[in-house]
Write a protein that binds this ligand. Structure first.
Ligand code: GDP
Ligand code: IMO
Ligand code: MG
Length: 428
């Protein structure tokens, strides 16, 4: 029996999870998303093409790889059918290698309205949600009111949908939200639901267990990132799901003892979209440089991402809380040309130096150390790697930076990404 590997983000999302799952997918017979929903935007680039996936797992471009949307995911029928249509238009047949858990919850059009109403009510304290209905859908799940994929196939689905919709409309009215009788996307929702019924659903926990029993390789794909986790992220500025390695257990039906390698992904710097504390955020030319060079604009909402230096204190916390066994560092190319780079080695909290994640991250100010920067030509570096795979000599500054991270986190950096493309990847 094999174990399931997990791949997840260690920062505030958008670390490059889509790219790394795609790079690794050829080694896996099964890739499964375990939480989140269309708030995610996972970008994959190969052969001059670029795709942004929201709910479909990132193993979908790999032949022979079965893709599972797990029970921990919240699925928006409208968005999901659009996503599949986009893939079909590009010449793929996603439904052939896709199975959706019957236990996955549905996002209704009224969940999206509730998301917007909740943000409006919060005013200046808004979370900066992607407005995809994620929070309200997970609230119905924990409140035991939600509708699940499996419910689509029951005779009384329409009544149950009507009942939940009516409840949402009462909530919207209490929140003074426009005209709650008007649900802009309802027709599209009902049409999408009809199409969704044709797709393959199953009790996917059995499919995953069978794959492991047969000795197949299984990869659990995370969405968002550790610092957006509901329990251990910068609450309340988080998402509504468990983004951690433990989320792969509850979100797929894996036992904790069935987890294998846990790959943690981080960028060579930090970004964040939406509100909430970000100790190493840059408001100067260095921040603008990173945003422009790294194209740091959201894949789902197009919003500019906030940019800052790498936060080693937060990274170490993320490694600890996930039990990360290996690291992947993304976007090393973006910092090329900087003379010096900074790392946050500790926080100052209440006047004292600390290497712990405080209860309230907004009370932390960063204490930096400065390191020599680096520069390289990605194509030259990749050519060197072809001649000598896994042994490429990194520029000195980059090499020292990686070693500092490994020393701090106690885990090796096995993958260094130097461009968005599938092949722009170095293994160590
Ligand atoms: P995800 O949500 O974790 O899958 O990440 P996103 O797709 O939202 O954001 C990562 C962005 O960085 C995408 O536009 C990727 O194409 C791009 N990207 C990934 N790795 C690299 C890299 O090493 N260098 C550069 N320059 N871009 C990268
Ligand atoms: P991927 O998988 C970056 C952020 C939002 C907001 C907060 C809550 O692409 O890394 P939500 O819509 O979940 O209620 O928003 O979380 N957020 C993300 N930021 N990448 C993501 O996903 C995100 N998903 C949610 O910006 O601050
Ligand atoms: Mg993303």
């Amino acid at each position: 029996m094999t174990k399931a590997d997990v791949l997840l983000g260690l920062q505030w999302g958008d670390e490059g999870k889509g790219k790394v799952v795609d790079v690794k997918a050829s080694k896996y017979q099964l890739v499964a998303r375990f939480q989140g929903g269309p708030n995610a935007g996972h970008t994959i680039s190969f052969e001059g093409k670029k795709f942004v996936l929201h709910t479909v797992p990132s193993g979908i471009f790999t032949e022979g790889c079965l893709n599972i949307v797990g029970n921990g995911v919240v699925l928006d029928p409208i968005g999901f059918m659009k996503e599949l249509a986009g893939l079909r238009a590009a010449g793929f047949s996603p439904e052939k290698q896709l199975v959706i858990s019957r236990r996955a919850h549905l996002i209704l059009p009224t969940h999206r309205l509730l998301d917007a109403a909740s943000e409006q009510a919060k005013g200046k304290e808004k979370i900066g949600s992607t407005l995809r209905g994620i929070g309200p859908a997970y609230m119905d799940r924990t409140g035991r009111n939600g509708l699940r994929m499996g419910d689509l196939l029951t005779a009384d689905f329409d009544q149950r949908y009507g009942k939940l919709k009516a409840k949402h409309q009462r909530l919207l009215a209490a929140m003074d939200w426009g005209n709650p009788e008007e649900i802009p996307d309802e027709q599209a929702f009902l049409e999408a639901v009809e199409k969704l019924r044709q797709l393959k659903t199953d009790n996917t926990e059995y499919l995953i267990q069978e794959a492991l029993n047969q000795g197949q390789n299984v990869l659990a794909e995370g969405a968002q990132g550790t610092l957006l986790d509901l329990e251990f992220g910068s609450y309340p500025f988080v998402t509504s799901s468990n983004t951690l390695a433990s989320g792969a257990c509850s979100g797929l039906g894996l036992a904790p003892s069935q987890l294998g390698n846990i790959t943690g992904i981080f960028k060579a710097y930090c970004t964040r979209v939406g509100s909430g504390p970000f100790p190493t955020e840059l408001f100067d030319a260095a921040g603008d440089f990173i945003r422009e060079k790294g194209h740091e604009f959201g894949s789902t909402t197009g919003r500019p991402r906030r940019c800052g230096w790498l936060d080693l204190t937060a990274l170490q916390y993320a490694v600890m809380i996930n039990g990360v066994t290996e690291l992947a560092m993304m976007k090393a190319d973006v910092l090329c040309g900087m003379k010096e780079v900074k790392l946050c080695r500790a926080y100052r909290v209440d006047g004292k130096e600390s290497r712990q994640m405080p209860f309230d991250l907004s009370t932390a100010t960063p204490i930096y150390e400065t390191m020599e920067g680096w520069d390289f030509d990605p194509s030259e570096l990749l050519q060197g790697d072809l001649a000598n795979p896994g042994k490429t000599e990194m520029p000195k500054g980059l090499q020292k930076y990686i070693e500092r991270i490994e020393q701090c986190c106690g885990v090796p950096v096995r993958l260094v990404s130097i461009g968005p493309g599938r092949t722009e990847t170095l293994m160590r």
